[in-house]
Design a protein around this ligand. Structure first.
Ligand code: HEC
Ligand code: HEC
Length: 366
């Protein structure tokens, strides 16, 4: 080894020790600590989840994320946690038309329910966040949500009696408490929120114990997945097992009557990517837990599931970017058999997952 390499190596070691020591001074003393890997249970028939290589699930990371999700410390006046707009009994959404942030100002969109996010290819109604980690940076700094800059948020966490130790346990002793690691921990927690124990799942063998659907629920399911004349054609865009589309599919489901985009208040995916063909396209929401997540659509325009069905049965608008399937199957109204509407509603309610909603592993740790 020549002298220069030797000096560089020694320099590296000294720098490493120094940078860790600096962190040690702030509290944690957990040298050589390794977080415990966490194995996510993948429900039968679900595809492989998307978990980034640089943020594997660990018991300590998930626990930290759970605390951060429930802690109002990440909002300007320390009154609003993530859970304030993503509450368990509402399928981890809220019940407002559009969400209201710390300053009492309403945003322009309906809160999205949070579950099965490990399978989501893109995030937000307009797809403007490519990863879960990226999305989590938004609500904290968003003026109509938690309205706190990340430098202040990181300082608060750094000065907290418990968080420095929890970050060190989750990410190693030399970890920095910053927006990136905060988002990583919350993303880990959110990825463990799997919903696959609804009545529908029990009837189709995805979860135990085996149950049977009633005749009405079963008829509703057959209509839902059917694509013939008197069927409901929902399956084109809300396919099982996730009841959304897993390949980054955004569509215009015919909500608004417009010819020129200037008539719209929300351009959806097209507003984000600038592509005129994507105007008024929104994320194909999952219909799991749909009974709990009213009001509906990106702007919360429909109060009840029956209002949603009314839209698909007789209210679609054929605007320039409307989906091909809406044009071909819904344009003249859906013709459902007798009791079809009631059956569809009964089926949609079989997607409510009480085990998930009541799972205290996701509840406040405080
Ligand atoms: C003021 C209410 C509010 C708060 C607080 C809030 N959210 Fe949200 N959340 C929303 C709304 C509204 C949307 C949809 C926004 C959009 O599409 O523009 C959303 C969307 C999301 C999504 C996207 C889900 C999907 O399927 O694409 C995730 C993930 C999320 N929030 C996580 C969080 C986390 C984590 C926090 C805390 C750091 C948080 N939210 C705080 C209201 C809120
Ligand atoms: C062409 C694709 C398409 C078809 C077909 C379709 N949907 Fe949708 N659905 C969407 C999109 C996209 C959204 C979100 C739209 C928005 O908010 O702007 C949505 C939203 C919903 C919502 C509200 C979700 C929420 O979280 O607010 C419900 C409920 C729903 N659809 C039920 C159905 C039913 C029932 C059918 C069959 C009768 C159906 N959909 C057919 C694309 C489709």
């Amino acid at each position: 080894m020549n002298k220069l390499t030797y000096l560089i190596l020694i320099g590296g070691v000294v720098f490493f020790i120094y940078s860790c020591k600096e962190n040690d001074n702030n509290g944690p003393d957990i040298e050589n600590y390794k977080p415990t890997p966490y194995e996510l249970t993948i429900p039968p028939t679900f595809p492989q989840p998307k978990i980034p290589a640089d943020n594997p699930l660990t018991v300590e990371g998930i626990s930290l994320g759970r605390h951060l999700f429930w802690d109002p410390i990440l909002s300007k006046d320390s009154t609003l946690a993530c859970a304030g707009c993503h509450a368990p009994n509402l399928g981890y959404g809220d019940n407002l038309k559009t969400s209201v942030g710390v300053d009492g100002i309403a945003g322009k969109r309906n809160s999205m329910p949070l579950f099965n996010l490990a399978w989501s290819p893109q995030f937000l109604w307009d797809g403007s966040a490519a990863t879960l980690e990226e999305q989590i940076l938004n609500p904290v700094r968003d003026p109509v949500e938690m309205h706190l800059d990340w430098i202040s948020a990181a300082k608060r966490l750094q000065n907290h009696p418990d968080y420095p130790t929890m970050f060190a346990k989750a990410f190693g002793e030399c970890t920095v408490i910053d927006s990136t690691n905060t988002a990583k921990a919350i993303a880990q927690f959110l990825r463990t929120m799997v919903s696959a124990s609804s009545k529908f799942d029990k009837a189709s063998g995805i979860s135990e114990p085996k149950t049977e659907l009633t005749d009405s629920e079963l008829n509703g399911f057959v209509l839902f997945i059917g694509t013939a004349n008197e069927d409901a054609h929902c399956v084109h865009c809300h396919n099982k097992p996730l009841f959304s589309v897993t390949d980054g599919y955004f569509t215009n489901n015919g909500l608004d009557d417009w010819e020129d985009p200037s008539e719209l208040t929300d351009l959806g995916l097209g507003g984000f990517n600038g592509n005129p063909d994507d105007i008024a396209k929104f994320k194909n929401a999952s219909l799991r837990n749909i009974e709990l997540t009213a009001p509906y659509m990106h702007d919360g325009r429909f109060q009840t599931l029956d209002d949603v069905l009314e839209h698909y049965i007789s209210g679609v608008h054929l605007s320039p970017t409307v989906d091909f399937n809406i044009k071909s199957s819904f344009a003249n109204g859906l013709k459902l058999p007798e009791n079809g509407r009631e059956d569809l509603l009964a089926f949609l309610k079989t997607l409510t997952d009480w085990e998930f909603v009541n799972d205290t592993a996701f509840y406040s740790p405080f």
